[in-house]
Design a protein. Sequence first.
Length: 174
Amino acid sequence: MSNSYDIIIVPDPVLKQTAQPVSKVDAAVQKQMDKMLATMYEAPGIGLAANQVNLLNRVLVMDLARKDEGEAPTPICMANPEIIWESEELSVMQEGCLSIPQQYADVERPARVRVKYLNREGKQDELEADGLLSHCVQHEIDHLNGVLFVDYLSSLKRNMMLRKVQKLKKQMVL
Ligand SMILES: [Zn+2]
């Protein structure tokens, strides 16, 4: 059995669906988290949500460590993440997505958020995030709600990006 998942690329209905909460973080969910991390590192990316690997439970993984610059890994695994506070202050950052390869655009989001979740050990945990981590966790939670970063853009810009991905798909001769 492979140690990583295939990443779903747009357009695909699974990316538009709402993922369902896990009842608990059992061995199967832990295994899923580990395999999602491996998939994300291999891509490489800094975040991955269950929808992107064709699973519809509320699980996401992130790691912002710069491995290429020798930083040690800092994996974060979340089940049932929930934003319990967000700042009024907003932040604009360029985002990309493993499901929308090679496309990037500025996205505006609350600058800081506090997120409640179950960690890999199944314990209730909280994360307060700003900067890139804040954008990343909001982007991944959006995935679990069937929302993509291109949904925040004008339809003109969104369609242009989606067409570019179709072209890329053909060039890669899948
Ligand atoms: Zn994404």
